[in-house]
Write a protein that binds this ligand. Structure first.
Ligand code: ADP
Ligand code: MG
Length: 679
């Protein structure tokens, strides 16, 4: 019988009430209790001499009670009891509050181990309410569990102790012997024993490593199998590849990275067994638009229609104009479909899409998804995908006869995470900028230099350039509207009196936003004061300066996206980060921005310094909960991806019997996400 089928009530000392407390922590069965790993550990095996105690350190000291307790009441009426304990190196004062029995629990002259946070003020060493145990019974690394009201750590420890004893002699290990040997991983029984009750620090390390790798491996394999289930036969196959012909239409050559991305797409489109379902990731300016254009061209030349969807009207218009230019001497019919067209124009475009006259339509996604019909839609391209969710993607794909999907994104996601976040998409990366790109000088300044920076911006504007100022990101509870408007008003009044300034913030209606952006791109607004809404959807080569206030409040990837709005033309550009923060972490983060323009490096740094939360947004919900590993652990994530590759080969896609237990683990992990396509 599986321990997952044994209720925790069956353990001694756990009645109905206790069981409910465990249930609150997500623990229902003995099996789940065994994977309810400690939150942290107290290392009672490593003794610190009192003389070596550092201020603020968490330590275990071994000392005997050296004086009688002194007790009394504090000013606000708390009972307080103090004593001194001693080892060979010195004295340490212990202070306990509201514990009237402490002088009977700690016996004069006896030796104990005390564990807790210590302070060392000019050689006066003390600990407030340390936990303690008689010396002889306590040389161990103790697990500390997450708790809930009414449930204390000892109760959990006792339950886990019983559960561990119930493990069979030979545990059915999801990682077969051969695999564990190859990657030097301990067996499951050892891992479970030592994750809860480590025999020493080394054993704990081994146990953790093995459990982390197993969990990430299961996650990896599960996501891959989801992806292969979503694969469908190719309903829009092409016979001939026209990418070389397309390249001749351009005034430049493709970079190698662009060529590879196009080839990845064409290979899929030519393959009768798959539908193109691919994310092309590349930094701002890496030339994703022409990659999309090339793939669309092959689709069109093979007699099908293509649709490109942009997140904003302005971006749609920009794409439309560049494609019109590229295709000007060819018989490719292009149309624009955005909300600001007249109703009659929209109707006309829709009519011609339906009868197949239009080969390529470019528009905002709402317009293409709502009541637009196609005669023969072969591909959908979405630009800046992180603004649309999976549901919108699905809606799009319902438009034609399972059209191919190409997603373009400038959000640099660490490679290791990409596979997980876009588990259902294949990924091509454009990791090379076209030659001859302008430098962007990134400077980090304190707010004492802000006035000088504003003076510099004014000068650049006088030279005919345009600028962005990103206002402080509001803290929770502050109004972003008021702060953006107040901030802009202050700038206009004090520094930019005769300069046309525009404001852009999240509370504006999208038509209002479009209008401001349009004026900026027509150079009627010289300075745009904005919140992060400018992150996507604006491309103004004449803008050469961006100043970002309170830069430390932004994630690095977000700063990178923002910075990508400048350096798009032929003029040298600047990005000025304003921050008064002096914490090591934020200084390190902002310095990373100054030293690199490589979005992937920045994303990796962001992941390390801030964790994976920022990359996921709402998609995170779809992932199963991890009990020991973290997606921020790029090293083990990469390792597990390598192991997953090996396992797929070694097991012929998990068909091999040696991997039966691993397959069961995958099903179990993913059953909690409600996805039943796995098997
Ligand atoms: P992205 O969408 O990736 O941010 P774009 O597709 O808008 O980048 O390309 C930015 C600019 O670079 C465009 O003006 C485009 O014409 C140009 N470009 C693209 N590829 C190349 C290339 N291989 N060589 C030179 N210029 C290129
Ligand atoms: Mg683009």
């Amino acid at each position: 019988m599986s321990l997952y089928n044994m209720k925790i009530e069956e353990l001694s000392g756990i009645g109905k009430k206790r069981a409910e407390q465990f249930n609150k922590l997500g623990v229902f069965s003995v099996g789940e209790l065994l994977t309810f790993y400690p939150r942290t550990y107290e290392d009672w095996s490593e003794i610190t001499d009192i003389a070596d105690v550092e201020d603020g350190a968490t330590v275990c000291i071994r000392a005997s009670v050296h004086s009688a307790f002194q007790s009394g009441f504090t000013q606000n009426g708390k009972y307080i009891a103090k004593t001194y304990v001693a080892d060979d190196t010195g004295l340490c004062e212990l202070i306990y509050f509201n514990n009237k029995y402490i002088d009977r629990m700690l016996v004069y002259g006896q030796t104990y181990r005390f564990f807790g946070k210590a302070s060392n003020k000019f050689g006066n060493i003390s600990m407030i309410a340390p936990t303690f145990s008689p010396d002889e019974s306590s040389s161990e690394i103790r697990p500390i569990y997450n708790l809930t009201a009414g449930l204390n750590n000892n109760t959990v420890v006792n339950a886990v102790k019983q559960a561990v004893k119930l493990l069979p002699e030979v545990v059915n290990d999801p990682l077969p012997d051969s695999l564990r040997e190859k990657y030097d991983l301990c067996d499951l029984k050892y891992a479970i024993n030592n994750i809860h009750f480590p025999s020493d620090g080394e054993a704990l390390k081994k146990a953790r490593k093995r459990l982390i790798i197993e969990e990430l491996l299961v996650l990896n394999l599960g996501l891959r199998s989801l992806k292969s289930h979503k694969r469908a036969a190719n309903m829009n196959i092409i016979c001939k590849d026209y990418s070389d012909e397309f390249e001749k239409l351009l005034s430049f050559d493709f970079t190698n990275a662009q060529k590879n991305a196009i080839k990845d797409c064409i290979d899929d489109i030519k393959n009768p067994e798959v539908t193109l379902n691919r994310l092309v990731q590349g930094d701002v300016g890496s030339g994703k638009t022409v990659v999309a254009g090339s793939v669309c061209y092959s689709i069109i030349k093979n007699g099908m229609q293509a649709a490109i969807m942009a997140p904003t009207e302005i971006l749609a218009e920009q794409h439309y104009n560049s494609f019109k230019e590229i295709f000007k001497n060819l018989d490719v019919n292009i149309a624009l479909l955005t909300g600001s067209l007249k109703q009659s124009e929209k109707n006309d475009v829709r009519e011609r899409l339906k009868n197949g006259e239009i080969d390529l339509v470019i528009g905002t996604h709402a317009l293409i998804t709502d009541n637009t019909e196609f005669k023969n839609l072969g591909i959908v391209v979405t630009d800046e995908q992180h603004r649309f969710g999976v549901a919108q993607r699905a809606k799009l794909l319902s438009k034609g006869n399972s059209p191919h999907l190409l997603v373009m994104s400038a959000t640099p996601i660490p490679r290791t995470l990409g596979l997980i976040i876009f588990g259902d998409l294949d990924i091509s990366i454009i990791d090379e900028l076209p030659p001859g790109r302008q430098e962007i000088d990134t400077l980090l300044i304190g707010s004492d230099k802000r006035v000088r920076a504003l003076g510099f911006i004014k000068k650049e504007i006088a030279r005919g350039r345009q600028a962005y100022i990103v206002c402080p990101l509001v803290e929770e509870g502050e109004s972003d509207l008021a702060s953006a408007e107040e901030y802009a008003a202050e700038l206009m009044l004090n520094y930019f009196r005769d300069i046309p300034v525009g404001i852009l913030h999240g509370k504006m209606k999208s038509a209002e936003k479009e209008q401001v952006m349009r004026k900026f791109s027509e150079n009627k607004i010289k300075l745009l004061v904005a919140t992060t809404v400018i992150e996507v959807g604006i491309d103004v080569p004449n803008a050469t300066i961006m100043m970002i206030e309170n830069a430390e409040r932004f994630g690095l990837s977000q700063l990178h996206q923002l910075r990508g709005r400048v350096g798009r033309g032929s003029e040298k550009s600047w990005c000025i980060l304003v921050s008064d923060s002096t914490t090591e972490n934020s200084t390190e983060r902002l310095k990373t921005m100054c030293t690199t323009r490589d979005g992937f490096k920045i994303a990796d740094a962001d992941l390390k310094l801030r964790g994976p939360g920022d990359f996921f947004g709402s998609r995170q919900h779809g992932l199963p909960e991890l009990s020991i590993s973290s997606l921020a652990d790029t090293k083990n994530l990469a390792l597990s991806q390598g192991i997953a590759d090996f396992v797929i080969k070694d097991s012929q896609n998990l068909l091999d019997d040696r991997y039966r237990a691993l397959k069961a683990e995958i099903t179990r992990l993913f059953s909690s996400t409600g996805d039943s396509t796995l098997n």
